[in-house]
Design a protein around this ligand. Sequence first.
Ligand code: AP5
Ligand code: MG
Length: 220
Amino acid sequence: MRIVLVGPPGAGKGTQATRLAEKLRIPHISTGDLFRANISQQTELGKLAKSYMDAGNLVPDEVTIAMAKDRMEQPDAENGFLLDGFPRNVSQAEALDEVLETEDVKLDAVLDLEAPEEEVVKRIAGRRVCRKDSSHVFHVTNSSPKKEGVCDVCGGELYQRDDDSEETVRKRLEVYHTQTEPIIDYYKTQGLVVTINAMGPVDEVTGRALEALKRESAEK
Ligand code: AP5
Ligand code: MG
């Protein structure tokens, strides 16, 4: 399956993507995690991306599209992938369409995670991620690690993302509404959007997502 996950910052895209990718046996491709890996390795791409991310802005399309394309061309993504955080504006969605067309494949669904702003703000305020791998995500109260400050998965140090400050989160939400939400209409015209309620326990949301994806593929 080829799936795009959308939803505001803090809706639970990364949390759900990890679970869905495992169940569906497809790689989880998160452009945010790829940028954070570049930042921790202090690459040129990481240095460039950090300046945009810390301000809550999108990293320029040119570098983002090249990075996403490169990742989608890896052998593990040949039969499907779950994109988390890409595309994030209409020109990235058009670029993805071009990649898919070249490969003669199509998206199966765009899964839209819906959560109210006051909830996503609370989720982000309590989020802690792993320094070794930012796809290892915890929450101080909702899904706390067994040992405070230590990643359950790999033992890495947990920290608060630099872009999770209140001011940057406000900016990221604004960018989501102005630049990312239009891709939902873009994909609605292709009949691909499945919206689910992202409120409630993590496992329930995963169950809802799997049901919705099953219904969507049965209808095709
Ligand atoms: P990115 O890393 O993609 O951040 P985001 O989209 O803002 O989303 P988040 O990762 O903040 O939230 P999430 O939905 O994954 O929530 P999570 O599962 O962690 O992007 C960061 C930056 O990189 C961008 O601002 C931009 O600068 C740049 N970037 C990335 N992609 C780009 C692109 N394509 N183009 C240009 N720039 C790009 O959950 C949040 C918290 O809630 C966690 O603590 C979790 O434990 C908790 N939680 C999850 N589910 C539940 C639940 N059901 N109940 C209670 N708590 C829950
Ligand atoms: Mg995320």
